[in-house]
Structure formats: C-alpha cells, structure tokens
Design a protein around this ligand. Sequence first.
Ligand SMILES: Nc1ncnc2c1ncn2[C@@H]1O[C@H](COP(=O)(O)OP(=O)(O)OP(=O)(O)O)[C@@H](O)[C@H]1O
Length: 350
Amino acid sequence: MRREGYELDSQIGFGSFGIVHAAFVTEGPHLQEKVAVKIIELEQFPNHNLEKIRKEIQIMRLSSHSNILNHHVCFTSQTQLWMVMPIMDCGSVGNILKCFYRNGIQDECLVATILKEILQGLNYFHEHDQIHRDVKAGNVLLSREGKIYLSDFGVASYLRSGQNAKTFTGTPCWMAPEVIESENNAGYDFKADIWSFGITAIELVKGAPPLIDYPPMKIILMIRNSDPPQLGKEDDLDSSFKEMVNSCLQKDPSKRPTAESLLKKRFFNKARNCEYVNNHLTNILPALEEMVSIPRLFAGLVRDRNNSEADSWDFNLSSGNNSKVKTEDPLAGIGTDEEDPLDTLQEIDY
Ligand SMILES: Nc1ncnc2c1ncn2[C@@H]1O[C@H](COP(=O)(O)OP(=O)(O)OP(=O)(O)O)[C@@H](O)[C@H]1O
C-alpha cells in the first residue's frame, strides 16, 4: 500500500491500537529510506481530541535525547493516524523476550545496561515535566548496534490515557495503582513511570511481568487491591537488583525514588555500553522480519508460560543466525525539518 509518500512493506509489530509496518519513503530527499510506520485507527477513540493530539505532537517533537526514539513525522490520513519513525532493526525488547528469553535474561550486566538506558530516557522526560505513561519492554527498541531507545510516548500514550478501566484494550500489568484509581482521585504524576519501570525490570529477568496470565479486569483489581509485587528471598536474584526493584514498587508514589536517584543505585554499577549489548544480544539475533513472525506463530504457547510444549522450543541463540541486516544509524538520514505535521493535521476535516 502506498500513501502520503510512503510505501508500506511487511508488518513488523502489532500493538493493541494498531499495526507497525516497515515502509519505504517514496518521495523527497530521503527516497528509498527504510522507516517504521505505526498506524492507529482513530475511530476506536470516539472522544479523541485533534487539538490535544496536535499539542502532544508538538511536545513530542521537542524531545531530544539519545535514549528517546523521536518520530520523523506524524499525520492523519482519513481516519488513521500515521506515525513515521526510524526503524529499529532488532525490534522491541518485549518481542525479544517472547522469542528467545521466555524465562528472562540471565546476564545481569545486560539487564543493568538495558534498564540504565531506559532510566536515562525517563529521567529526561521527567526533567522536562513529561510522563511517558507506557513504560514496558514492548516500548524499548533496539538497534543492531546495541543502542536502546524508549518509544511510544506522546500521542499513543495520550490516547491510551483517555481510556477508562472498562474500555482498556492493552495489558494493564505495568500500570501503577494510582493510574487505575486516577478517575477517583487527584490523578497521578511521573512516579507512575517509576512503578512501570520496576515492573519492566521484573519482566526483563523473568520473561514477563507479574500477573500476565490473568484477564485484564482481574489484573486491574489485583493491582489496586493487593500488596505490591516485591522480590523476596525466594527470588534467586542479586540483592542490589531486588532492592532497586522493590523501591520502585511501593503503592505510595511519594515513597518511590526519582529516576535520577535510581540511576545512583548500586545495581547500575553493573551496566556496560552499547558494544556489550551488541556482542551479547543484538549481534546474535536474526533479522527483524524473521523475528516478528515467531511470536505470531507461537502466540498461544508464549502466553501459556506453564505449557511444557512452549518450553520445548529452542531457538538456540548461541549458535544462532549471525547474519547481519544492514547496519545504518537508524536516526541518521531523515531530518526533523520535514513538512510540519501540524499543517498536515490541519488539512483533515474532522
Ligand atoms: N520503530 C520501530 N522499529 C522496529 N520495530 C518497531 C518499531 N516500533 C514498533 N515496533 C514493533 O512493533 C511492536 C508494536 O508496537 P506498538 O507500539 O504498536 O505496540 P506496543 O506498545 O508493543 O503495544 P501496545 O500498543 O499494546 O502498548 C513493538 O513491540 C515492536 O516490536
């Protein structure tokens, strides 16, 4: 399909709001550049406010940090919102966990590196009075060279925040208790991201977040009514990791540390650089198109984590496909001074 200067190629991701495609630029100075396009059907948000979406896009485009994946351009096309961004040739950490690490990543240095990079991106958001609102491994993208980016902030999370608990379509495992309660109380602040960060840390070492096997409404009730998930003696994990995670998962948001103070925790002394991520993870992953077909094929098995058949799948990472896909700087090439997306949005008559 060809639209608005982009030719859509294969699907590389599925979210609860829409589909992500690889695509090629078909016009202008970046002709043939490969990008990712996330397409959100706006009709699923009957109360969406185009004015607010425009503001979110404006804020989004002001963000500039080495751990934040910015969009090249966003525009509406008929009833769809198209978000064009650099393509990350190793996809999301969420996808990687589903494909290759269903029992979690055991390499502490790798976990510390990924989490530290996420935290640096979050710290940037919070310093600029922004809340990400959807921190999870599925929104952490990796380039082949081992760079780590937080994605899916701004419009998508704004649209998500307009959903209430009854209409919530995603998996709420990462939601902080005060976000669930936000309709009944004063709302929430950046500390909600710290809770989601703690859940993401557990996701990385266990392969999935707590409560993943329950239906969404039950998860919401459990997060609201139960004690927070805390790592204890029974969890065979480094004590500095457990201390860091437990500090994030406190029901009272004011007791949670800031992203800045989390970065000083002992656990992050284990963090390395993107070369380490490349050598120990991204370099040994298959091509993106190959990877995205795996969770789709085995979706049922992946979800049922106790299924013995699921455990028998062995993708053999160590002897895995070492073939590299084209390694270009995913952020290079397309400038940010493209056509103003706000102008494009204004063309659409809602
Ligand atoms: N820029 C990108 N480059 C490569 N893969 C991407 C890119 N953006 C998204 N993806 C892939 O698409 C998947 C779906 O992304 P999307 O943001 O739509 O959904 P999600 O955030 O994972 O889920 P949900 O919408 O339920 O929160 C991601 O998990 C990732 O694997």
